[in-house]
Structure formats: structure tokens, C-alpha cells
Write a protein that binds this ligand. Sequence first.
Ligand code: ZN
Length: 788
Amino acid sequence: MRFDGKPVRSVVSDNDRELTTVTLAVPATVGRHTLSFAYRGRIEKVPAGLFAQDYRDRQGVAGILLSSIMEPTDARRMFPCWDEPAFRATFKLQATVRADWGSVSNMPVERRVVHGSLATTTFRRSPRMPSYLVEYSAGHLAHISATSRGTHLSVWAVRGQESHGNTALADARQILSDYNEYFDYPFPLPKLDSIAVPGGFPGGMENWGAITYDERALLLTPASTLADRQHVFSIQAHEVAHQWNGDLVTMGWWDDIWLNESFASWMAAKETAQRHPQWHWWLSQDANKESAMAADSRTSSHPIQQHVTDELQANNAFDADITYRKGQAFLRMLETSLGEDTFRTAMRRFMKRHAYSNATTADLWNALSEASGRDVGALAAGWTEQPGFPLVNVEARCDASGARSLSLSQARFLLSGTAVPGPRWTVPLQVRSGARGSAQGLMLLQDGQNVAAGRCDEALSLNADAVGYYRVKYDPATLAVNTKQFARLGDGDRIALLDDQWALVESGASPLASYLALVAAMGTDLVPRAWEQISTALETIEYAERGMGGHEAFATYARSILRPEFDRLGWNAGLDEPADVQQLRRALIRDLGTWGDQGVIDGARRRFTSFAADHRSIGPDDQPVILSVVARYADASTFQQLHELARMTRDQSERTRFFSALMQVRDPELATQAARIALSDDIPPQVDSMRLSLVFELAPDHQQLAWLTFSQNSRALLKPHVLYGPLIAAQDMPRNFWSGVPLAELESWVRSHVPAEMATDIERGMEAAQFKLAEKATLVREADAYLH
Ligand SMILES: [Zn+2]
């Protein structure tokens, strides 16, 4: 360790505090100095810092791939650095590995020298960037390449697999050229690599110029599904958006991580919707918005922007529902309110102004305020600086001629139903009067605000096209008109009404009958997202009814709602059938199968018999649902057969499907075997992380067994989930086991396994479990009364 070439007095590393203190021999003068370190690091076994990933290739041969993941605070595991996003630095990497290995980093190779069995690769110096974006991967890698307006694009994969990256490579070209245009700022590095890592961490990591992906999110094989295909496009759209927002312009500190994540999520959805109109992407994103709103309607929710003081909190700031999904929905609502062109102008200004530098949320609001001439900071504060969102109350009045005027007010919406006075939002409403009229923007600023809105006999939507991140409660007369005309409303308006009315039922603010009345009035031309909303609601009630006297009656009713749509769609997809329709068919098969529809169960069994003889007889997309219906009612020999299939396959996606299906089995003895399988060596090392999902999949039907399996093996099951382990323990656990394990037992387990600093996460998990228990009682009572 030297300071300007001279020895220092001391270097002390405190691993617990992740801090190295250097004491100089003499005080430093003001000005530039150079610290040089010689140091040894460790190659990690888990994906944190530079890590080694074990895998078996398609021939079953074992291999090792080196890769890295630094975000948020693991670059320090690889080298000493000022490991915070505001300290941008240039990086120049040199690596010596086996000569038959490929090496990839953020920048192109400057030179490569082979000496005997080893090769030393030197990469070009990077521009100024944060340490959490440094990347290095090496192994038996091969690549395919293309060029897009001077940028060299490659997809890297374990040798022999690279051709499975063809679709991803074509996607990357499209996305890069669209973003060059959107930001009006050309991609700043000479090359952009995408590296398929065989397992290790889920999803992707936006390292500048060298994005790493779990191979399942990047490579497509003949066994891949349409959902895999959509994932490959949308996740690239997300990670490539980060190359600008995140990498070129970085948040100053982890408080503003939402700026990176929400923006990339919103931009990815916009890009996916634009490039693949047949996927009806925004309608399908409504499910993500609902998931965010469910989390955000609890008292323990948190603001999008939250204070982060240390490493642990930085890890926990990556909250999918609030950081990613609420942020995405808010940005979409804001874009709709300000206008697409204004929004883009502001983004261009923001990029140019802060390129190679750091920015805060306030900087983004300033750019948007300048472009729109409105005080965006004031509007946004309610949505990003406080938790939750408003319930907009609508009271309509009719004059003698039938003209309608509305009196509007707001309060925070909570699933617990308790009203909390205080928080207020500036709500950018989109109002539509009449089933098909055009929508008008309207800012809700104060309670009692009055506004004229068409005629009293017309349907009314205050969340036209379901763009808004708020809920609406209509007075009984207006709801009655909306219900009567429900079948004639536009798709987005129907979806918004179903979402809101179901949430009002869950919060106790409206009776279940008001929601089921919409279901009864739905007509025959619902879009898939509306059906998905209905099927999810029916699933919730059916699960609540399990073990109760009214279960059979409810299952019969639920089947009668979905069966006509399934009869209309049939078992087989038509030519050029849109993706969301195909997904709907599968959801219907799954629900009808689970709820005991004998025709569907028999149909699935027939298809499985053909499948066992010839795997090509069921397409990869249909396999999961057919396998799961068959597995649910499997006897010992069918279970054995599925297990054999799971063990034999070399295809990652197929393997996941078979193991997952095994967990659906209803027979208690076979379920015990399934639990053993989830822990066994049948699961290859690169998908270690799958074990936990398998145990969770066992949970709905076998609470005690899954709980014992989880609690007795929690250390091993959580180990592969380095970054998210404590979060999963705090939150997913209560959500998976609330119906069969006493809450006190769950809570004491969580408290003894999760660091005390995560008290709010623990509270969140337990609040969700308590809510589910209370909801079960209400739903069962109201469903029984409705069907009586
Ligand atoms: Zn991201």
C-alpha cells in the first residue's frame, strides 16, 4: 500500500464494518494524490462480488463460470474502492485466466497475450462510472455478434449455447436503436455485451456495456415458452434502459434507487408495448400495478423514496412492488397527464444535463417542470414521499334535465378499512362520461371539488383506460348505472372497475355482491386481463372456502363463471392467436382443473398420455398447466413418471416445469415425497435457488408439510438468495403459510431468523398474514350468503 509511491503508516480493515482505514505517514497536502494497493480477494461461492458459478452443460459435463454482481455494495469484495454510487471513477481491468477461456468486461479488449496455458486480457479504460456497475466474466464462453449504428453487440453464453441467443441479439439491436432515438443521446460505449450466466442470480444486472442475465432470461431454446420469449424481450428493454438511466446518469445515493428502477421498468413496458402490440403489454401490466397497490394499501407500506443509511438498508431498497411497480405506474400516470412529447423532451434534457454524473429525484422534477410549465415537484411529492394512494369518493348529483355534477373527495385507501385522516394527493384523474367517449384530464386538488360530468344515465369512469394509480368509489346510483352498462364499456374502463370493486370488497367498504354483480354483467367479449382479474378474485375466494362447508357450492359457481369462456376458446390455440388469449386459456385450464372440473381433468390426462409417448405433442407453453393438473390428481405411478421426466431432461426450462408440477400433488403421501425431492440432489447446482420456490409451491395444499420442510431447512433454502434472503424470510414466509401455521409461531420464527433492523419488513409480512386470515372469514361468510 503506497501513497504517492511512498509507504503509508498503517492499513486496517474492519470486515464487520466493511471499512478499510489508511493512515498516512505524514499529513497530505491539498491536491491530487495517488493511493496504490496490492491486495488479494476471494472468489465467492455465492453471487456477491466476483463469484464462481458451477453448472452442468447440456451433455451433463460439469463446468465453472466466473462472473460478477456488485450492486449495491459488493464491488468492495473484489477490490478496495469508494463503493458508493456518487464516487464515479474510471476502471481498467486486466485478468489472467486459462487460455481456452473467454473474458468479458465493461469495455472492449485492448490486448490479449497468451503465455502457455494462460492468457492475460487487458481491457480498455472505462469512462467515469460507479463501482456497482463493474463487470468481469470468464469461462468456456462463446458469442454471436451484430452491429447497430457503430455499436458492437454480442450475446455470450457457455460454448455450444450461443446460438440460443439469436433472438436476444435481434431484440438488443431494436431496443438500442429505439433508445438512441428516445434519449437523443447515442449509447455512450463502443460495445454492449449480454452475458448468459447459467444460474446464480435471478433476472439481469445492468453493468455498463456488459449486462449479465440468468441464462433463462436471455436464451431461448425450442423448449422455451411464449412467456419466456416475453421475458427475454422485456428484461432486455429494462436493462438496456439502465444503460442511460442508472449508468450514464446515476442516482446520488440509494435513497433514489427508485429513479433507476421505476424508470427502467416504465421504459421497458413502453418499449415492449410498442414493439409487440399483439402482446397487449399495458393491459397485462395492470396485474403488476394491482400487486403494487395491494402492498401499498397496508399500514406498513413505505414511500417510493425512502431513507437509506447503510448497506443492509440499501439491499432492502430493492422492493419489487413499491420501488419497481408503483414507480412504473406513477411514471405512466404522470406521462399521460403531462403528454408523451413533453415527457420525452424533459428526459432528453435530463440526460444531457447529467451525463457521466449523478442526479437526484429533484433534478428529474426540475426537467419535467421546465418542459411542461407545471410544478411537477409539488404534484409528485404526494406520490413518492408518502406511502399509499388515495381512494377518490364520487358523489353524483343530477339536475332536472339529467345533467350530472360530481362532488369529489379523497382519503388514503387501506385494505384494513380504517380511515386515516391526513395524507393528501394531487390526483391526475382521467374522466370519461359515456361508455366510449374520449377521456378528459382533471386535477383533483381539494375535497368537495365540483365538476360537471355528462348525464346521469351514462356510465362514468374516473380512471379511464386504467392508467391511474388510485381507486375510485362511486355512489350507489352511479355504480348501478356502471354495472348495468358494464358490457358496453371500453376494456381499460372495465378492468379499472373490476380492480377497484374487488379492492373495495377486500377492504370491507363494499359487499362481495357488488363485485359479483359486475361479474354477472360482464358480457362475452372481455379481454384477457379482465378475465385474469376475475379468475384471481375467484381463486382467492375458493382458497378461503377450502375446508369449509360452502366449498363445493362455491367451486360449482366458480366453474360456471369460467367454463363458458373455456368452451369458447377450446383446448387448442388458433393460428396467430394473441399471447394474452393463449395465457387466458391456460389460466382457465388451471383454475377449472384445480376446482375439480372433470372434463378438464380428463382432457389434461389424455394429453399427458400422448405427451409421455412424444414430447412434441404438447407445446412448451401448454406443458406447465397440463402437467400441473395431471400432477394434482396423480397416483403413485403417474407421480413416478413425472419425477423420472424431471430427472432425465437436460433443458433448464423443461426441468423447472416438471419439478414445479410435482409440487402440485394433492395426495399427502406423495406430497411428502415431493418435499424430499425439492431438497434432493435431483436439483442441479445452477438452479439451487429453485428449491425455495418448490417448497412454496407445495404450501397451498400442504401447509404443515411445507412449513416443516421450510423451517427445518431454511438456512440451505435461503442460501442461494443472497441479496433477498432476509426479505424472503420476513415477507414471503408469512404470505405462504398464513392459512395453516399459527401466526404466533410464524412471527416467533421470523423474529429469530431476521435481523432486528428489518422490523418494518417483519411487520409487513405479518400484516399481510393477519389480513389474509381476517379476509378469509369475511369472504366465506359473504360468498355463502350470496350462493344461498
Ligand atoms: Zn433494474
